[in-house]
Ligand binder design. Structure first.
Ligand SMILES: Cc1cc2nc3c(=O)[nH]c(=O)nc-3n(C[C@H](O)[C@H](O)[C@H](O)COP(=O)(O)OP(=O)(O)OC[C@H]3O[C@@H](n4cnc5c(N)ncnc54)[C@H](O)[C@@H]3O)c2cc1C
Length: 430
């Protein structure tokens, strides 16, 4: 993270020659010093040296999320190079991103950083990090570009209102100053509350109501919580009454369920679950290679094969032993009982619990590692190939302020790089 004191720049300098140059220049104000804002600023300044570029940041720190992301390692992007596959990682914005990724996708991100001496390494699950394993490498790279292309940063300056006259934008700051700009790129990140978007609604843009994404499911006081710490390699979770489901590693925590399968499902179901006020029912299939029907078919063979063995000590499925014991207890299968002795009632109950274990979820816990907001500027009002507003010329958007959000794994930063770069390219061309 880089911090600095207020370096507000407003209008031409007292230097005569510079004055003339600056007067001839077009000015871009980027609102927000996060990943998207920096990517827009440094690329615009590089692609068109005639543009004067200023980043305006409300805090006295920039690139805060880049700094802390993924334990300060910064999960820059994901090694997914097929655009059709890539867009599936975004619960909101898929059609929009199909167009944007055509111009700047994961490969472009890797190349962009590589060209500036930052090599990205891929982990087994596809996440990509700087080879140095520290987010400071990304910050240093962006700051180097900032200095190289003369991008200025105004710290501690919050934009609270935007007005457009015939020829220029006028941005009102929280200290009552007015900054003029020919182009603006709004890269102020996601806001969790609708009221925080009011200054943007005043410029005639509509907002998809923000709701949280990427959270874990609470099952208060449920006996399963005694299994806290148990993880299942690959479970399938379905939200009843919807078509929403996901599968992958699942972790039992002291408040409920977490792990990639749950976080991804929470992202895809973010709106539906907000409407249900986080009170809903899930079915967990602990052995996702079977469904109730196929397990019933297989049961007779399993039972015959292990007939003489005790059910408690012979677990034929890929579920952790603590979970197996817990399920047998729920079915009242005794310690001494053998596979051959399981009653029909116990058998039916065990098959049901293994393949469709029902839980009532009440509440959520926000996943702090990679919090992201679902909602933002409606995509129908933004041109996906340029990031320009369809409602106001020379107004651009980039990053999480758009109604785009991805699951965990580097996809949210990829959206920031893509939209920041596209806005820069479009502004530079104008
Ligand atoms: C803890 C954490 C970890 C994360 N880890 C990852 C990860 O590993 N991989 C991944 O892909 N994604 C991750 N994400 C998500 C990712 O960080 C964001 O999607 C991304 O940073 C969005 O970039 P942005 O530039 O659009 O917004 P931001 O990074 O939020 O930047 C917006 C900036 O605008 C400023 N601002 C806001 N309003 C104004 C205003 N009115 N005037 C002036 N300035 C303003 C803010 O102070 C902020 O600095 C993480 C998020 C969090 C919170």
């Amino acid at each position: 993270m880089v911090s600095g004191k207020f370096t507000f720049f407003h209008g031409p300098t007292s230097n005569g020659n510079l004055h003339d140059n600056i007067m001839a220049q077009k000015k871009l104000i980027v609102i927000g010093g996060g990943a998207a804002g920096f990517f827009c600023a440094v690329n615009a300044a590089r692609l068109n040296p005639k543009i004067e570029v200023v980043i305006v940041e409300k805090n006295n720190k920039i690139l805060s999320k880049v700094s802390v992301s993924c334990g300060c390692r910064c999960n820059v992007t994901h090694s997914c190079f097929d655009i059709q596959e890539l867009v599936k990682k975004y619960p909101r914005g898929q059609n929009f991103l199909k167009k944007s990724f055509h111009w700047f996708n994961t490969q472009h991100t890797i190349d962009w950083f590589e060209e500036r001496g930052v090599t990205l390494a891929t982990e087994a699950d596809g996440r990509m990090f700087p080879i140095t394993n520290t987010s400071q490498t990304i910050i240093d790279c962006l700051m180097k570009e900032t200095n190289k292309y003369g991008v200025r940063i105004n710290y501690s300056t919050e934009i609270i209102e935007i007005k457009k006259t015939d020829s220029v934008f006028e941005l009102l700051t929280n200290s009552n100053q007015v900054i003029q700009a020919d182009f603006i790129c709004i890269a102020c990140g996601g806001y969790p509350k609708s009221t925080q978007f009011e200054w943007l609604q005043k410029i005639d843009h509509h907002i998809e109501t923000p709701v949280p994404s990427l959270f874990t499911f609470n099952v208060p006081q449920h006996p399963i919580l005694q299994l806290m710490g148990v993880s299942v390699e690959s479970a399938h979770i379905k939200i009843t009454g919807t078509k929403l489901s996901n599968e992958g590693p699942l972790l039992i925590t002291h408040w409920g369920f977490s792990g990639p399968a749950v976080l991804k499902l929470s992202a895809y179901a973010a709106r539906v679950l907000a409407e249900k006020n986080y009170d809903f029912t899930i079915l967990i299939n602990w052995i996702k290679d079977y469904n109730e029907h196929s397990l019933r078919d297989e049961w007779i063979h399993i039972r015959e094969k292990f007939a003489a063995q005790k059910v408690h000590s012979k677990n034929p499925f890929q579920v952790p032993n603590r979970l197996w014991q817990f399920l047998l207890q729920l079915c009242e299968i005794q310690e001494q009982q053998r596979w051959a002795d399981i009653t029909v009632k116990q058998q039916n109950q065990l098959i049901r619990l293994l393949t469709a274990h029902e839980f009532q979820v009440k509440g959520k816990t926000t996943f702090k590692e990679e919090f992201v907001t679902c909602g933002g500027i409606q995509l129908s009002e933004v041109e996906a190939n340029t990031m320009q507003s369809k409602k106001m010329q020379n107004l651009f958007f980039a990053g999480e302020i758009l109604d785009v959000d991805g699951i965990t794994g580097g996809f949210n930063f990829q959206n920031a790089w893509t939209s920041g770069w596209l806005a820069a390219k479009s502004i530079a061309a104008l």
